[in-house]
Design a protein. Structure first.
Length: 454
């Protein structure tokens, strides 16, 4: 069971921990391997990635199952395989190499760039399918039977669009078995409070049409599963703050003396249920984090995002009242139809928020994704996003608002892979082999364009 990012990130992935547990519970020796923190230093040592449980080299396992969370982790997958001495491309491997079974959150959107590396792919929720996939491999020595499973695809058999699988609700909730200080979500027992989302935000791959909407887990069931020894509990779900019993859930955890983390907070829920920010602060929260997602109210309406300025003002007031260190607001730039006037509205409104409480704006360029209504929208462009970032910085100078942007360049790479196929997957290998810089990625992806144009 391999994760193409370092241990701290992999241990904070509930899906990875849960699928590993299901395989282990079925009687298989499921061992975990993570990408080293410093790939170059590891390469100089000439050591392969080793499993956590028995320190077995990754290349010695007959079956390697990898969870890929998002497009840029494809580079980590390539690095992991190269360090292990496993040819990344399926066509270059021999019968003596491990078989690769790939899955993870990326399969909810566009797993086609995974195809050059995978012997088999499981689309969507793998709770019901991962064990039959592993069992079939040890019975037959191949992964061909995966094509018969819900969400199963064998890339060598051709480009077939496979529906995203939905697991039976009896498997809910997913939960972790290990918590440690050495993870991004330090000392946190992860527990799935709900799965999916009932909202219809046009940019999101987890919108209600993707996999059956929102599926709830009762508080009684959740409390049964919380270990007494766990110092902190992380409630996970695409729309966990929409859980109708979230407030009593939080109250019970606080009464038990548990620290609490929540994977996502909706600004409207924080505004309408003031007990949520109060209880989270009692449970140790330092930062109140919500999402606005677009620069203006007009754009939020067009993207079916229900957040209003009034909701965000209420969040800032709650952060001030309960003495949070920071109000963090996630935002996208470069969404379809965005203009400089929208950015100016964001500047004015952010100054209003910052006058109430200090604000950190987490900015990410908009990337269109498959399985969303905005799949055919265009990436705004590196220069456009950089220009709007500069406009935002200038407009907020001197305020109590901090800008925390992600790179427009790497968002361009993400957008190319999100809309790409097998050729873009092979370009990942060329980019990594050329050093992994943005220039290397650009050359590799431009070469794909040249081939398609010629």
């Amino acid at each position: 069971m391999a994760y193409p990012s370092p241990y701290r990130a992999g241990m904070s992935s509930l899906g990875f921990q849960w699928i590993t547990s299901l395989v282990a519970d079925a009687g298989f020796g499921a061992e975990r391997v993570y990408l080293p923190d410093d790939v170059e230093a590891w390469r100089k040592l000439r050591l392969p990635p080793l499993s956590m449980e028995s320190h077995t080299p990754l290349g010695n396992f007959p079956l390697v199952a990898v969870s890929v969370a998002y497009e840029l982790e494809l580079a980590g997958l390539v690095e992991l395989l190269r360090l292990a001495g496993i040819p990344p491309l399926r066509r270059d491997r021999t019968p003596g190499h491990p078989k690769l079974l790939l899955g993870g959150p990326l399969t909810f959107s566009n797993p086609l760039p995974l195809a050059p590396f995978a012997d088999a792919i499981l689309y969507g929720e793998a709770d019901d399918t991962v064990v039959p996939a592993v069992e079939g491999f040890f019975e037959t020595g191949t992964l061909d039977h995966v094509a018969l499973l819900p969400g199963g695809w064998i890339p060598a058999m051709g480009d077939v669009r496979v529906p995203v699988a939905r697991a039976d609700d009896t498997h809910l909730p997913a939960r972790s078995r290990i918590w440690t200080k050495d993870m991004e979500l330090s000392d946190m027992f992860l527990l799935e409070g709900e799965r999916g989302c009932h909202r219809a935000c046009t940019f999101c791959v987890m919108r209600r049409s993707t996999n059956g909407g929102m599926r709830l887990v009762t508080p009684e069931r959740l409390f049964e599963l919380v270990p007494e020894a766990a110092p902190r509990v992380g409630l996970v779900g695409a729309a966990i703050s929409d859980h109708p019993q979230l407030v009593p859930l939080l109250q019970e955890l606080v009464d038990r003396g548990k620290g609490v983390g929540i994977s996502s907070l909706r600004a409207d829920r924080v505004a309408l249920k003031p007990e949520i920010p109060r209880l989270l602060r009692l449970a140790g929260y330092q930062t109140l984090t919500v999402a606005s997602d677009a620069a203006s109210q007009r754009l939020r309406r067009e993207m079916s995002k229900g957040t209003t300025e009034a909701h965000l003002v209420a969040c800032a007031e709650a952060a001030r009242e309960h003495k949070y260190r920071t109000l963090k607001v996630y935002m996208m730039l470069g969404v379809p139809g965005e203009t400089d006037e929208d950015v100016d509205e964001l500047i004015a409104f952010t100054r209003q928020l910052a006058a109430i409480h200090s604000v950190a704006i987490g900015l990410a360029p908009f990337v269109p994704k498959l399985n969303t209504p905005l799949v055919n929208a265009s990436f705004a462009g590196i220069r456009v996003v950089e220009g709007r970032l500069e406009r935002l910085r200038a407009g907020l100078k001197g305020s109590r608002a901090e800008i925390r942007p992600t790179s427009p360049r790497w968002a361009w790479v993400e957008a190319r892979l999100a809309a790409g196929g097998v050729a873009e997957g092979e370009a990942v290998l060329r980019a990594v082999e050329a050093g992994g810089s943005f220039a290397a990625w650009r050359r590799a992806l431009d070469a794909v364009d040249a081939v398609e144009a010629g």
